[in-house]
Design a protein around this ligand. Structure first.
Ligand code: ATP
Length: 232
């Protein structure tokens, strides 16, 4: 079943002192989806991704990975930009990836492949300092792909990029998904989730408003009830 869950989240709660950042949220992420976690600033998206990556501890609830992701090894089987190194500005992209692969104890044979996927092969020998912001973001994603993750978690991956950079990252997310990677991405842009994601969960003030198939969420008027203003 291509839509079997790869991740199941149940009643996840997290408070920072008096601030209830997540109020017990539950949803499933289908394997093979591009899953958007949509909500305005402060709705709890980053907190949720932090819990899924085990850098934050939930106060309550639980989550489980499926589809062969082993809880012990989840950090290696899930790609994220958390471990993006400070790339050396005076070194080439390929050299930066070689160094980072060596530090992580990973083989060098994947570097050509990941540079191809993120469309940086033609610039692989250019110094990092000559890269645009969008190219830097794509190199960070290439770095995350070195471990051949089945799932990629991205927090606002297009933030701060110019329109061309945004289009390239969105295209890359579709390409990665076509290669079989499940992508979970936080975004505050309704328009981005509608364009890029197959499924989504909508958060507001730490609570889940809606989750499911994007085509359905955006078609059947549920979004009107949520109110575009709520997401602004
Ligand atoms: P943003 O896009 O602004 O990061 P977000 O949807 O990712 O928003 P979170 O960053 O998860 O939301 O924040 C959820 C709530 O928790 C907000 O009210 C925020 O102020 C609060 N918060 C987040 N981190 C901390 C922290 N370390 N200490 C105290 N409060 C925090």
């Amino acid at each position: 079943n291509p839509m079997a869950p790869i991740l199941s989240i149940r009643q996840i709660a997290k408070a920072y002192g008096p601030v209830q950042a997540l109020k017990g949220i539950s949803f499933d992420v289908p394997e093979g989806s591009v899953f958007g976690v949509l909500g305005p600033n402060g709705s709890g998206k980053t907190t949720l991704l932090g819990i899924l990556l085990d850098v934050l501890q939930a106060d309550g609830g639980s989550f489980a990975w499926f589809g062969g992701i082993d809880h012990q090894a989840a950090r290696r089987q899930i790609g994220s930009l958390l471990e993006t190194p400070n790339f050396y500005h005076y070194l080439s992209a390929v050299r930066n990836l070689e160094i980072n692969a060596a530090i992580k104890g990973r083989g060098q044979d994947d570097i050509g492949r990941v540079l191809d996927i993120v469309k940086l092969s033609h610039r692989k020998d250019s110094k990092f300092s000559t890269y645009s912001l969008g190219m830097k973001q794509r190199l960070a994603i290439a770095n995350a792909l070195l471990g051949r993750p089945r799932v990629l978690l991205l927090d606002e991956p297009t933030n701060g990029l110019d329109p061309e950079g945004i289009a390239e990252i969105r295209e890359l997310i579709r390409t990665l998904n076509a290669e079989g990677i499940t992508v979970i991405m936080a975004s505050h842009l309704l328009d981005e989730v509608e364009k890029v994601c197959t499924h989504a969960a909508i958060l507001k003030e730490g609570a889940l408003l809606l989750s499911g198939d994007v085509a359905e969420i955006f078609r059947d008027g549920d979004m009107l009830e949520v109110g575009a203003a709520d997401l602004a």
